[in-house]
Design a protein around this ligand. Structure first.
Ligand SMILES: [Zn+2]
Length: 123
């Protein structure tokens, strides 16, 4: 099997399990990740002339990994590496539990107001 064949096999296996071609954790598409890092769809930098980085090219393999259980984007890889380097494994688990079980605490409905409503005088 060539490396291209292997790459596509990993890609389709991962995307098939995830249901679509987005990061399993943050739902970003490859295009979203490129935009996040300041690159155009073709992998060339946005405003390259302005920053003097016209020689920098973002490769497809730098955007999304399909080698694991689910697709994972480079943004989440970097974010989680930072969390794990800080030794915050327990905190990640706690945050996951809060997201799963404490939605009302995280996103209280009574605190939400229409922006127009908040500027209106109370009666
Ligand atoms: Zn992600």
């Amino acid at each position: 099997m060539t490396s291209i064949d292997k790459h596509f096999q990993e890609y389709f296996a991962s995307v098939d399990k995830a249901g679509d071609d987005r990061c399993y954790l943050c739902r970003r598409t490859s295009s979203d990740v490129k935009t996040f890092f300041g690159f155009n769809e073709d992998g060339t930098p946005v405003n390259a002339d302005e920053y003097g980085i016209e020689d920098v090219v973002l490769y497809k393999l730098d955007i999304m990994s399909y080698k694991g259980t689910r697709p994972v984007c480079a943004v989440c890889q970097l974010n989680f590496e930072t969390i794990f380097m800080a030794g915050d494994h327990d905190c990640v688990e706690q945050v996951m539990r809060e997201i799963e079980n404490e939605r009302d605490k995280l996103w209280p409905m009574d605190k939400r107001r229409d922006p127009d409503e908040s500027s209106a005088p109370e009666e």
